[in-house]
Design a protein around this ligand. Structure first.
Ligand SMILES: Cc1cc2nc3c(=O)[nH]c(=O)nc-3n(C[C@H](O)[C@H](O)[C@H](O)COP(=O)(O)O)c2cc1C
Length: 324
């Protein structure tokens, strides 16, 4: 059984946190909790399940995030995920996209706490690994703290112990998913108040965390933080937060991480993956350093042209003026 440390996690991000990105993040920190992109139950049950669920044991522990609202389908997918070695199943109750709303899942489920509770129960009865919920703090004008707490209490009554709270509401009409990640204001106090009212629950706060100081400050109020965009832009921040949170020593330098990831890329290229795709998670590795712009532009120019030539990575590294 994988050990899950909830202090720090990388947020699920569609088209970003694929298996290559997770492999790279795991090279940086041996404890950060990694999430898949949201995978819908329909895609798993009627699509290319092997390809969608494939991951390497080296990424563990990994939580799979499911999108769906049919308890039986979710239970079936949760069982498949457990059999494959995922460490946690998470249900998406936060995505506001039109497509997801049409499928009656994601953020619109905040209006249906009983459905979420039924989904939770079906999944948790199907697996031994923990089932968790990632939600918003409300939708549209249903955004009072009381409504949020009622939602959580309903799902907690079904046995759910861990809630990841993206601490802004979702507007289901008129805003794109991208705008829905920045326009509605962050209200961290919803998550803080929830933890204070329900110390028995594990509450992980998500949204707008960009610095080490912000992350450690949040641990005074909640059990953990989940970070998305800031880790994509500057993945080395994972290491800085890991260390600041006392999650253990880390040995690999930035260049050692890069070397290990380059070896992984060579293996993936042999399996037919394009270098163009593999370089995406490492673009921010030298964020804030002299030569960072040249590193990135070399990678994005050369990788599409030389899709199977892993030496593009070491050539790009030459552009960064940094000792180790
Ligand atoms: C490109 C992108 C894709 C995302 N995809 C998902 C997803 O699949 N599931 C999910 O729950 N949230 C998704 N999110 C939302 C993030 O998990 C997170 O809640 C949000 O970005 C706020 O955290 P941050 O401010 O640290 O980025 C996505 C965010 C981005 C930027």
């Amino acid at each position: 059984m994988n050990v899950i440390d909830r202090r720090l996690s990388v947020a699920p991000m569609l088209d970003w946190t694929d298996r290559h990105c997770r492999y790279f993040h795991r090279l940086i920190s041996d404890r950060v909790l990694l999430y898949t992109e949201m995978i819908t139950t329909g895609a798993i049950l009627y699509g290319q399940k092997e390809q969608l669920l494939a991951f390497s044991a080296a990424e563990s522990p990994v939580a799979i995030q499911l999108g769906g609202s049919d308890p039986a389908d979710l239970a079936q997918c949760a069982r498949l995920a457990e059999d494959l070695g995922y460490a946690e199943v998470n249900l998406n109750v936060g995505c506001p996209s039109d497509r997801v709303q049409k499928g009656r899942f994601g953020a619109c489920l905040m209006r249906e706490p009983d459905t979420v509770a039924a989904c939770f129960t079906a999944m948790q009865e199907a697996v031994d690994i923990p089932v968790t919920i990632k939600s918003r703090i409300g939708v549209d004008d249903e955004d009072s703290y009381e409504a949020f707490e009622r939602f959580i209490e309903t799902v907690a009554a079904a046995g759910c112990e861990t809630f990841i709270v993206h601490a802004r509401k979702a507007l289901l009409k008129g805003l794109s998913p991208k705008q829905n990640r920045s326009v509605p204001p962050l209200k961290y106090h919803y998550a803080h108040d929830l933890k204070a009212a329900h110390p028995e629950l594990t509450v992980v706060l998500n949204g707008g965390i960009e610095t080490v100081e912000q992350s450690t400050e949040q641990l005074i109020h909640v059990d953990g933080v989940m970070v998305g965009r800031a880790f994509w832009n500057a993945p080395w921040l994972i290491r800085d937060m890991h260390i600041a949170m006392g999650m253990g020593e880390l040995q690999r330098t930035r260049d050692e991480v890069l070397e290990a990831y380059t070896r992984y890329c060579a293996q993936m290229i042999e399996q037919g993956v394009s270098l163009h795709w593999l370089i995406r998670p490492i673009l921010g590795l030298y964020h804030g350093m002299s030569g960072n712009k040249k590193w990135k532009s070399y990678l994005v120019t050369e990788a599409p042209r030389r899709k199977t030539d892993v030496s593009v990575i070491s050539e790009a590294r030459e552009k960064v003026k940094y000792a180790h």
